[in-house]
Design a protein. Structure first.
Length: 114
C-alpha cells in the first residue's frame, strides 16, 4: 500500500499580506526615485566650457550653448565633437543618478532595465 505524504501547514497565511505590503511599499519608493531622476536637469560641459549641454532626467537635450569664440568655420569637426562630448556627459550623469537611486533598492545587483 503506497504511503501518503502529508505536508506540514505553514500556519497562518497572514504573513503573506505583510510581504505584499512591503513589496508595494518598495515599488512606490522605486517609482518615487525614478520620478526624482526624471525631474532632474543636468548641465555638462566640454572643451573647458566651450560647449554646454543641458539634459533632462528623461534623457532629452534641453539646450546647447556654444561659446562664439570656439566657432571656427575651418574646424567644424572639433565643434561637433565638443557638442557630442557635452551631450554624452550629460546623459551619463543621468544614468549615474538613476543607478545610484536604484542601488539602494537592488543592493548593488545589476538588474537590466532599472
Amino acid at each position: 500500500m503506497p504511503r501518503k505524504i502529508r505536508r506540514k501547514s505553514s500556519g497562518s497565511r497572514k504573513g503573506g499580506g505583510g510581504m505584499l505590503q512591503q513589496l508595494q511599499s518598495l515599488q512606490e519608493e522605486m517609482l518615487k526615485a525614478q520620478d526624482e531622476v526624471t525631474a532632474m536637469v543636468v548641465t555638462s560641459t566640454a572643451g573647458g566650457g566651450a560647449v554646454t549641454a543641458t539634459v533632462t532626467g528623461e534623457k532629452r537635450v534641453q539646450a546647447i550653448a556654444i561659446d562664439p569664440e570656439v566657432v571656427d568655420p575651418e574646424d567644424v569637426d572639433m565643434l561637433q565633437d565638443l557638442v557630442v562630448a557635452a551631450v554624452n556627459s550629460g546623459l551619463e550623469q543621468v544614468d549615474e543618478a538613476m543607478a545610484e537611486k536604484m542601488e539602494s533598492f537592488t543592493g548593488g545587483i545589476d538588474i537590466p532595465g532599472l
